[in-house]
Design a protein around this ligand. Structure first.
Ligand code: ZN
Length: 258
């Protein structure tokens, strides 16, 4: 399976969120666009690497003098900025997409890109971790001065509001992670501290623990249970419980522990 994003675009870093934007520019990236985001998607779906490297937004890895991607007001640390080149001259209300409307080709490419980034950086697909710029204020509680990328999609006007668009985004990214070629589990290098998570959003039920990705149920975890992440295969994560049991769980029910 061809890589969506070259591996060199995704250096080691502690990245915890992906924010999706549009540039409010033309369908081709200009110099400002390239300086502002980590990854850009032009109107025809073409992928471009922005000037800031992803690891520059990890404060522990930024080199002296290295430029970060300032894609989201007061919320750039540990956050990857993906932007679709579109929506120059657009207005939200009444809605007018302007001469460079966001295209379905861009959207489809963006879904692939976000899935690849989430897989690489082990980011769960949740409203707090994979979200549009328009959701940052409501989902993270960080004011954003009326940003509306994306509260509406020119190619699907049945969706209204940031949450509806964000939910479509996450549904499609999760499907992209779940589908495709099965990948061999990728163990984490020993040199990394194992990422730790707690089970969230399953009460009053429990989270199934399986013997393989989508395999047979071998146990269950209660709301709030803590686990360490050992490996990943698409949307399935291999975890170790506090009791030392190892199994596979679906990742959207885990929240990162600091
Ligand atoms: Zn934005």
């Amino acid at each position: 399976m061809a890589a969506t994003i070259p591996a060199t675009w995704m250096p080691d870093a502690d990245m915890r969120r992906i924010h999706i934007h549009w540039t409010a520019g033309r369908h081709k990236a200009n110099a400002t666009d390239l300086a502002s985001y980590h990854v850009l998607i032009e109107g025809d779906g073409k992928l471009l690497r922005g000037e800031p490297t992803i690891s520059a937004n990890d404060p522990a890895r930024r080199r002296p003098g290295e430029k970060t991607s300032s894609h989201t007001l007061n919320a750039n640390s540990h956050a990857i900025g993906v932007s679709m080149c579109a929506m120059f001259g657009a207005s939200e209300s009444p809605f007018d997409p302007g001469p460079a409307p966001l295209t379905e080709a861009q959207w489809a490419r963006m879904i692939e890109v976000v899935a690849a980034l989430a897989r690489r950086y082990r980011i769960a697909i949740t409203p707090e971790t994979v979200l549009s710029h328009a959701e940052v204020q409501s989902n993270l509680g960080i004011p954003q001065r009326n940003k509306w990328d994306m509260t509406v999609l020119p190619f699907d006007r049945s969706l209204r509001g940031a949450r509806a668009v964000g939910d479509r985004l996450r549904r499609e990214v999760a499907a992209a992670l779940d589908g495709g070629q099965p990948e061999p589990p990728q163990p984490l290098p020993d040199t990394l501290r194992l990422p730790r998570f707690r089970v969230h959003g399953v009460a009053p039920s429990t989270l199934n623990v399986r013997d393989a990705p989508n395999g047979a149920k071998v146990g269950a975890l209660a709301e709030g249970a803590r686990v360490e992440q050992l490996g990943i295969s698409g949307g399935w994560w291999q975890v170790r419980t506090a009791q030392g049991h190892v199994g596979w769980v679906w990742h959207t029910f885990l929240r990162a522990l600091a």
